[in-house]
Design a protein around this ligand. Structure first.
Ligand SMILES: *[C@@H]1O[C@H](CO)[C@@H](O)[C@H](O)[C@H]1NC(C)=O
Ligand SMILES: *[C@@H]1O[C@H](CO)[C@@H](O)[C@H](O)[C@H]1NC(C)=O
Ligand SMILES: *[C@@H]1O[C@H](CO)[C@@H](O)[C@H](O)[C@H]1NC(C)=O
Ligand SMILES: *[C@@H]1O[C@H](CO)[C@@H](O)[C@H](O)[C@H]1NC(C)=O
Ligand SMILES: *[C@@H]1O[C@H](CO)[C@@H](O)[C@H](O)[C@H]1NC(C)=O
Ligand SMILES: *[C@@H]1O[C@H](CO)[C@@H](O)[C@H](O)[C@H]1NC(C)=O
Ligand SMILES: *[C@@H]1O[C@H](CO)[C@@H](O)[C@H](O)[C@H]1NC(C)=O
Ligand SMILES: *[C@@H]1O[C@H](CO)[C@@H](O)[C@H](O)[C@H]1NC(C)=O
Length: 445
């Protein structure tokens, strides 16, 4: 037993070093969603006297990153002196200077139009096919049917008989900064089917741009942290202190409010998040409780708590990286799916709410935090499963696509030394101890 305890130190140090490396890498490339992007497509389907008609589609290909309230905002720079004669399914925020038009007045004459989505209740004359989601886009893994939005524009005022110039410098706010869009390039025309799939039709011309996300550009304050507990140790490992920043000294400067204190007037703080004061100061905490160890299964209770007094999280999602998801897993009160990943050793599972039940993570009130919770039953892989070395704790957790601060391995709840009661079968325990010891000896040599 002594050997095992002292042997634990090296693997743990290694794990924390790896955690640090992963954190710094995660800004440019996300191994849990290597192909994630938002693609903007301009499909020109009709020529007009002085320009063209185009359908613009914003498709979110991210597995778990959605576009939330207040929704996307798309902008570009016209290559020439184009104007937007009319639009449906979305609108330009500014008309700009259309003073040189005497008869028909364009929808927008801005050199750099900014486009916003209509709400779902937009009137029929302003709608187009697949439009009007209030700027919200689901993530690809959760609901592909709501992961895109389209609108139509009639572009005019092109010189001569030109077939159009691709817009330049696309910008996408979804909803804040964080996205960088590549150049708009000519691609194969989009093909769709007709006559019940027996005929293919294609648009005249297709331009595409791919926008990628960087949390460094988004420059968001951390929003989330993870706490841990187990059935075998009464100690709870709380979130790392100051995970989401520390309170400034002084009575006034903090944006957090002590539990039970009177809330400020609603209009005074309408735009800022007001969270309950805690040691971590995060608006969101994810708690992983290792609940039971059965013969061939183990059970975890996952709870997401909202410390915000003025913010509900609609269509929230939680991503968990853990080797245990390689076996079948069942979440009782969340919807879930295991994501395809490339080059990651551990499986990644995505959890989200069940319609009409818990898709909304409500704000905290005076008496309690907002929370959603589920139990997850995981099948054991007899070879890899262990309660030792922090194996049963998650490797990484994201809330709504933002990485959560996890306690360092040296703070994980430890197994009580020499306790046999943890095990469903003594034989198995022996086997596990032997494999564990062998593994440790191996990694030591
Ligand atoms: C964008 O995502 C789609 C779907 O995952 C993928 O096919 C495409 O290659 C991606 N584009 C880029 C430029 O990565
Ligand atoms: C509006 O555009 C016209 C013609 O393009 C120009 O003469 C005029 O100065 C512009 N007005 C403003 C306020 O920019
Ligand atoms: C529809 O669009 C017109 C102008 O394009 C606008 O005046 C009207 O308010 C819009 N309707 C709705 C419900 O937004
Ligand atoms: C217009 O079309 C004619 C013939 O189709 C072509 O010769 C001419 O170069 C075109 N002009 C422009 C500005 O594209
Ligand atoms: C587009 O962006 C590039 C790089 O930021 C800049 O050099 C160029 O002037 C921009 N073009 C237009 C038309 O705004
Ligand atoms: C503290 O708050 C009070 C009332 O909200 C305000 O009058 C005072 O100027 C604030 N003090 C500082 C140092 O900001
Ligand atoms: C959050 O949801 C609750 C219940 O639906 C609602 O009463 C509250 O106003 C919402 N809060 C915000 C900030 O929208
Ligand atoms: C789970 O999510 C899928 C995809 O969004 C959906 O089709 C299904 O109805 C959801 N199941 C429940 C129980 O909400």
């Amino acid at each position: 037993m002594k050997l095992i305890v002292s042997g634990q130190i090296r693997p743990l140090a290694l794990v924390s070093a790896l955690v640090l490396v992963f954190r710094s890498l995660s800004d440019c490339y996300d191994p849990m969603d290597p192909n994630g992007n938002i693609t903007i497509t301009f499909d020109i389907y009709k020529w007009t006297i002085d320009g063209y008609m185009a359908r613009v589609t914003i498709q979110n290909y991210h597995q778990y990153r959605h576009v939330e309230k207040p929704g996307w905002k798309l902008g570009w720079t016209w290559a020439r002196d184009e104007v937007i004669w009319s639009m449906s399914g979305a609108f330009a925020t500014q008309q700009g200077n259309c003073s040189s038009y005497k008869f028909q007045i364009p929808h927008s004459c801005k050199k750099q139009p900014m486009i916003l989505d209509f709400p779902p209740e937009a009137s029929p004359e302003n709608r187009s096919e697949d439009c009007c989601r209030g700027g919200l886009l689901s993530s690809w893994a959760i609901d592909p049917s709501k992961s895109f939005s389209s609108f139509e524009i009639q572009v005019g005022h092109l010189e001569g008989n030109s077939t159009g110039y691709a817009p330049l410098n696309l910008t996408l706010m979804a909803p804040g900064p964080g996205y960088t869009c590549g150049p708009v390039i000519d691609t194969e025309p989009t093909v769709s089917s007709d006559i019940g799939g027996r005929r293919e039709v294609q648009v005249f011309r297709t331009w595409k741009s791919t926008c990628t996300y960087s949390s460094f550009l988004a420059n968001k304050a951390p929003v989330c942290c993870v706490s841990l507990s187990t059935f075998y140790n009464p100690l709870i490992t709380s979130c790392p202190t100051c995970s989401c920043g520390c309170k400034e000294a002084g009575p006034n400067t903090s944006s957090c409010i002590s539990e039970g204190a009177a809330l400020p007037q609603s209009d005074a703080l309408s735009d800022t998040d007001v969270v309950q004061c805690t040691d971590h100061n995060c608006p969101i905490r994810v708690h992983w409780h290792l609940k039971n160890n059965y013969l061939d299964h183990w059970r975890v209770k996952l709870t997401v708590s909202n410390y915000n007094y003025k913010r509900n999280y609609s269509n929230w999602n939680v991503l968990v990286q853990h080797p245990g998801f390689g076996q079948s897993a069942m979440a009782y009160s969340f919807n879930s799916s295991v994501l395809p990943t490339v080059g990651l050793e551990d499986e990644v599972a995505l959890f989200w709410g069940i319609d009409y039940y818990n898709t909304e993570l409500l704000q905290a009130d005076k008496d309690q935090l907002g929370s959603v919770t589920t139990e997850i039953l995981l099948k054991k892989d007899m070879v890899t499963f262990t309660l030792g070395n922090g194996w049963a704790f998650p490797r990484r957790i994201y809330f709504d696509g933002e990485s959560c601060q996890i306690p360092l391995p040296d703070k994980f709840p430890v197994l009580p030394s020499g306790s046999l009661s943890l095990n469903p079968i003594p034989n198995l325990f022996l086997l596990l101890t032997i494999t564990l010891t062998l593994k440790l000896v191996n990694s030591w040599l």
